[in-house]
Design a protein around this ligand. Structure first.
Ligand code: FAD
Length: 320
């Protein structure tokens, strides 16, 4: 069976859920091989988790040079691995770093590139991706016709499935050329933990807009009852109610969770651009004419100050 290379994202050594999703997708295509780069402290991803989610081989790069420079060294090393292993496909997380690495690897390997994939299907050996295009207004089915497809896959495109893989660790080295050392990282800050899932990775996102009036307590209580991340519209961010890291939309983050709950958000095109590939969309808005209701699966016309506490109470009760 052909090998499928999966670039693993593991900040502080912890393998992210989207990386496990990629291993699951890789197994639809062939044998999953994880590719892991050590971080600046020389810390590597927990390889046992990768084996538990089906990695047959795990290629590890221990050199901390990869963490000292932005993307280029990783892209060079991955492209060299592609040339050596001739995989059936290369899967990377559709983060800003992942997409840049994917583009560079595709260019170096003279292979087709697909970004923002929200599904990857395999039929008789041919790989078809579903891709969100034009700010999520269209979904496009696409196939790569040249080289091993390099595919950047959005979080929540598959449920991570455990499957015992051999997890054979193979240490690999790569001499990073000077040409790839042009952008050095001078400082980095660990993400401040909110105790909630990361917005772009979360399976459920509960967002608030101008309709919250600046009080996000009901939005946050519902998010916590659902184990969700909290998001915000630009109006809420511009009002100073939440930092920009919470913003969903064209000039914020793109999310594609299983469930997106929009509260007091009108549904402007720029907000939709960041959330309309969500699998199920629910909105609470007191204006029944609000444009957000055009794209919801379930809509509640009402004041979020009274609807959300009732929903939170019911969910908490059912969780027992
Ligand atoms: P509003 O449009 O003011 O809507 C508030 C809604 O809350 C209304 O529908 C109202 O009926 C409802 N409401 C009020 N009170 C209650 C209540 N008590 N209970 C229930 N419902 C209530 N926007 C983004 O979100 N993300 C972006 O990335 C983004 N990028 C942009 C980029 C550009 C270049 C531009 C021009 C705009 C961008 N915008 C973005 C802004 C966007 O156009 C909208 O202005 C913004 O999304 C509106 O935010 P909102 O829905 O929270 O506020």
């Amino acid at each position: 069976m052909s090998e499928v290379l999966v670039l693993i994202d593991a900040p502080q050594g912890k393998v992210t859920k989207p990386s496990l999703e990629l291993l699951t997708i890789a197994r639809r295509i062939g044998e999953a091989s994880a590719v892991v780069f050590a971080d600046a402290d020389g810390q590597s991803a927990d390889t046992s988790v990768l084996a538990e989610y089906g990695a047959e081989k795990i290629y590890t790069y221990a050199d901390s040079t990869f963490a000292e420079y932005l993307v280029a060294p990783k892209a060079e090393a991955l492209a060299a691995l592609v040339a050596e292993k001739s995989p059936a496909a290369v899967l990377v997380p559709s983060t800003s770093e992942g997409k840049e690495i994917a583009a560079r690897v595709a260019l170096k390997s003279e292979a087709g590139l697909i970004t923002d994939a929200i599904d990857v299907a395999v039929d008789g050996g041919s790989i078809t991706t579903t891709q969100a295009a034009f700010a999520g207004n269209f979904t496009v089915a696409a196939q790569v016709t040249k080289g091993a497809p390099v595919i950047a896959v959005k979080p929540n495109s598959a449920a991570p499935e455990a499957a015992a893989g051999a997890g054979t660790v193979e240490a690999v080295s790569f001499d990073v050329p000077e040409s790839a050392k042009q952008v050095k990282i001078v400082s980095s800050e660990a993400r401040v933990s909110t105790g909630r899932p990361e917005l772009t990775e979360a399976a459920i996102v509960v967002s608030g807009g101008r309709g919250t009036g600046g009080d996000f307590s009901e939005v946050e209580a519902l998010a916590d009852a659902l184990g969700a991340a909290v998001g915000a519209s630009r109006a809420a961010v511009d009002s100073g109610w939440k930092p920009h890291t919470f913003q969903v939309g064209q000039t914020g983050k793109t999310v594609s969770p299983q469930l997106y709950v929009a509260n007091g958000i009108s549904g402007a095109i720029q907000h939709r651009a960041g959330m309309q590939t969500s699998k199920t969309i629910v909105a609470v808005n007191k204006d029944e004419e609000a444009p957000i209701f055009e794209l919801v699966d379930f809509g509640v016309v009402g004041d979020l100050k009274s609807v959300l506490p009732q929903a939170t109470e019911e969910i908490t009760k059912r969780k027992g």
